[in-house]
Design a binder for this molecule. Structure first.
Ligand code: G3H
Length: 249
């Protein structure tokens, strides 16, 4: 069975709650497409108003992070149960910005992935290399390690439902999209890595997105690649352009 594409916006630290509702109202009619899963991953404070504004549409709501503990004295953190109760279906985990600015390790990401599954939230696990790593030829070693540690303890049945976002760090917010060949090559390698950890059936079902300066012009070619099952879109998810990306065909 063909994998259903998943096109997710990652709003990052943008949009106040009232701006968020306006953006959903603007995008609602533009992102209608039953052939793809459409997800808006939004700042924690926007989750409740966005879930409300998206009611009755094809838009599913995701979070941009969450903590791996159930509850307690973790000032400033958001628990998986809080996300579920608010209507969240997906959570972005291990984004390179969280790794770089907030010190998240592969082990933290692994704990979060396990917790997300425990609560029925689909993780979108981000991985990707720096420009230096690409130039040094260690891209795949680095990503393999991110995937291997990230998925430790995850069952094959869980892994089949997961999403991995390949985001070369040098392509994020820079306007430099990876070429379709570069993106396909790494996404294909990630699928092989999943086949090695689990089996071919799991690798055939897991969805792998590309992220990094995706826009309405680059999306059609990227999403036509054999191992690219959609995108994780930053900047362009805050504009009407996102409608064109969702309706890329
Ligand atoms: O999560 C999204 C990525 O970081 C890509 O962001 P961008 O589309 O603004 O380059």
């Amino acid at each position: 069975m063909a994998r259903k594409k998943i096109i997710a916006g990652n709003w990052k630290m943008n949009m106040t709650p009232s701006e968020a509702v306006k953006l959903v109202e603007t995008l609602k009619p533009l992102v209608v497409n039953d052939e793809v899963d459409v997800v808006f991953c939004v700042p924690a404070i926007d989750i409740i108003p966005v879930v409300e504004a998206a009611k009755g549409t094809n838009i599913q709501v995701g979070a941009e992070n969450m903590y791996f503990e159930e509850k307690g004295a973790y000032t400033g953190e958001i628990s998986p149960a809080m996300l579920v109760d608010a209507g969240v279906k997906y959570v972005v985990l291990g984004h390179s910005e969280r790794r770089e600015y907030f010190g998240e390790t592969n082990e933290d990401v692994n704990k979060k992935i396990l917790k997300a599954f425990e609560h029925g939230i689909t993780p979108i696990m981000c991985c990707g290399e720096t420009l230096t790593q690409r130039e040094q030829g260690v891209t795949m070693d680095f990503i393999r390690q991110q995937v291997k540690v990230g998925f430790q303890g995850v069952t094959a049945d869980q892994a089949k439902t997961a999403v991995i976002a390949y985001e070369p760090i040098w392509a994020i917010g820079t306007g430099k999209t990876a070429t379709t060949e570069q993106a396909q090559e790494v996404c294909g390698e990630i699928r092989k890595c999943i086949a090695e950890i689990y089996d071919d059936a799991t690798a055939a079902e897991i969805r792998i997105q590309y992220g990094g300066s995706v826009n309405a012009t680059t999306a059609p070619d990227l999403f036509a690649q054999a191992d690219i099952d959609g995108g994780l879109v930053g900047g362009a998810s805050l504009k009407a352009d996102f409608g064109k990306i969702v309706n890329y065909k």
